[in-house]
Each structure stands twice: as C-alpha cells, then as structure tokens.
Design a protein around this ligand. Structure first.
Ligand code: NAD
Length: 294
C-alpha cells in the first residue's frame, strides 16, 4: 500500500482549509484545489487565522509557521493538483451532483496509487465509489472541526479494500485526530448521529412547549458540565444548515422543528454567523457568568 506523503484537498472551504492546514502541520506536502480562485485566496486567510490560534495554544511553534505554510500549494488546475497525490481528501459542497462530478473527474485524472476519501457529513461513500472508478480505494474519512473537535470517522462502504482501514487509522493519528471505525455505512457516522438525537429531542421539547430554550440548554449544561446546550450548538452549526438536514424528514416532530427553524432562517437569524439565532452574538446569554443561576 501507498506510503502517504502527498495530500490533495478538493474544496478550499471551511473544512478543506482546516484539513489542509493540519496535514501541513503534520509534515505532509499539501495541494489545495478549488474551482474558484477566490476560494483559494480565502483559504489561505483562514489557514493563517487558524495557525495563529494554533500557535497561541502552543499546538505549533510560532517560528514554524512560515515553514508550515510553505508546504501548502493552491491551484485551480486539476491535472497538476492530482499528479503526485497519494491520497485525496474531498471537501467540496455537500451536494450529491457536485460530489459525483468531482469524483468522476478525479477518478479519471488520478494516478493508480491514489486513495480516495470523502469528508461528506450525511451522504454515504457508496454513492460515489463506483463513479470514482476505484471503489476498492474509496472510503469516507470524516472530520469534525479538526483543531478542537478531533474525532475522525473512518467509514468504509461494502466494496472498500480492508487494507485501506489501517492506513487511514495511521493517517488520522498523524493528523492529530482520534480515529473511530464506523463498521457499517450509516448517515451521520457516530458523533453526528448522536448529536442529531440530542438536537431532535431538544427541538421536540421546545415545539411541544415543554421547556424554554434557556431551560433546555441549562439542563444539558449543568448536568454534563458543558459550555453550551443544544440550542447553543444549533447556533454554532448554523440554523440554515440545521433546517436543510431536518426539513426532509418524514416524522411530525421533525416537521414541527423544521418549521421553527425556518421561521428563524426567514428572518435572517442563522445563528452565530449572522449575529443572531436562538441567542445574540458575540456575547450569547449562555456564556453569561450567571446564566445557570438566574
Ligand atoms: N462545515 C463543517 O462544519 C463540516 C464538518 C465536517 C464535514 N463537512 C463536510 O465537508 C464538505 C465541505 O463543507 P464546507 O463547510 O467546507 O463547505 P464550503 O462551502 O465552505 O466549501 C466547499 C468548497 O467546495 C468548492 N467547490 C464546489 N464545487 C467544486 C468543484 N467542482 N471542484 C472543486 N471545488 C469545488 C467551493 O468553491 C467551496 O470552496 C461537505 O461535504 C460537508 O458536509 C463540513
């Protein structure tokens, strides 16, 4: 099996930038590819910001920063991007038609040695394995936020070659992540599946008017000593994203919750990123020192 030295990131957005940066911190040669030049420019800015944080919390040494960034190349040229890649980590938009197009394109361009991984949040690797042309080398390898939430899900599809799994475990550890194996294909992997259950329950408690947003969050925060509750988490994820995930579910509880989320979205209240969601930012009430006692 391939020894991983060269990492290709597809998609220079939120996650692609973070994975690419962590790979460079872990001494890999990194190429970041996107169809938009502006996304690549923005990606470098995101990396510089995250690197500043990483140096502040002593994850990296201040003096190593230029060398880390020098290991990362940015390109919109697909052919050049992939020619030396030992592994691809795909983080393009969470839209099946876009991912299909990208996997068909890179399946045709990639050298035979390249391992294919997708960072999809809720889609399944078997949706793209065949179109990539090498299902045996295709696996989901799903990050959370890379630097603070460090679980990486390794989720093969039925056609993934078993040798890929230990290789990804090793790669995940070298990327300073905690790898976990998702033994069967399952939307949402392990952590996101549990998170959906928590958020769904919080949504039901609110839409049935059993508890207020603050009291639901307080209950979770006090008993598990957590910095935020489910509605704080939702603000963090983005209420638009949460609505996209919830709206197509069949059950009545999800439909009621989707209606509630949509009402916020329609008012431009998308959570932390827009300055308001269930709480107001940058100083949400759940961070007040007396939130739990008032
Ligand atoms: N945001 C998160 O917290 C998070 C966490 C884990 C996993 N993910 C997953 O990672 C993936 C990316 O999410 P994101 O939040 O980084 O999205 P994003 O919107 O920030 O970035 C997506 C990038 O893909 C690029 N892109 C679109 N079409 C492309 C193409 N044909 N070729 C190359 N690049 C293309 C876009 O230009 C954009 O820069 C999704 O599958 C998502 O589910 C996201």
């Amino acid at each position: 099996m391939t020894e991983i030295k060269n990492v290709l990131i597809l998609g220079a957005g939120t996650l692609g930038s973070r994975i690419g940066l962590q790979a460079a911190i872990s001494n890999y040669n990194v190429v970041v590819y996107d169809i938009h030049e502006r996304a690549l420019q923005q990606s470098l800015k995101v990396m510089e910001k995250v690197l500043k944080y990483a140096a502040k919390v002593r994850m990296v040494n201040e003096e190593d920063k230029p060398q880390i960034l020098s290991r990362i190349k940015f390109t919109t040229n697909a052919h050049n991007a992939v020619k030396d890649a030992d592994i691809i980590s795909e983080s393009v938009t969470e839209e099946p038609s876009i991912k299909e197009k990208v996997w068909k394109q890179f399946g045709e361009l990639a050298p035979a040695k390249t391992i294919f991984t997708t960072n999809t949040s809720y889609l399944l690797p078997s949706q793209f394995a065949t179109i990539s042309g090498r299902p045996e080398k295709f696996c989901a390898f799903h990050f959370h936020d890379v630097f603070t939430a460090r679980v990486v899900d390794i989720m093969p599809h039925p056609g993934t070659h078993p040798d890929i799994i230990p290789l990804l475990f090793d790669f995940g550890k070298r990327l300073n992540q905690v790898p976990v194996l998702v033994k069967k294909e399952s939307p949402g992997y392990i952590f996101n599946f549990m998170l959906m259950a928590l958020i769904g329950a919080a949504g039901r408690l609110k839409t049935r008017d059993i508890g207020s947003i603050e009291d639901i969050d307080k209950s979770w925060m006090v008993n598990f000593n957590m910095p935020m509750g489910p509605f704080g988490i939702l603000d963090n994820i983005g209420l638009d994203t949460a609505w996209h995930v919830t709206k197509d579910r069949d059950d009545g509880a999800s439909k009621s919750f989707a209606t509630l989320l949509k009402a916020y979205v329609d008012q431009g209240k998308l959570g932390e990123k827009s300055g308001e969601g269930f709480y107001k930012y940058p100083n949400p009430a759940y961070k007040d020192s007396d939130f739990l006692t008032r």
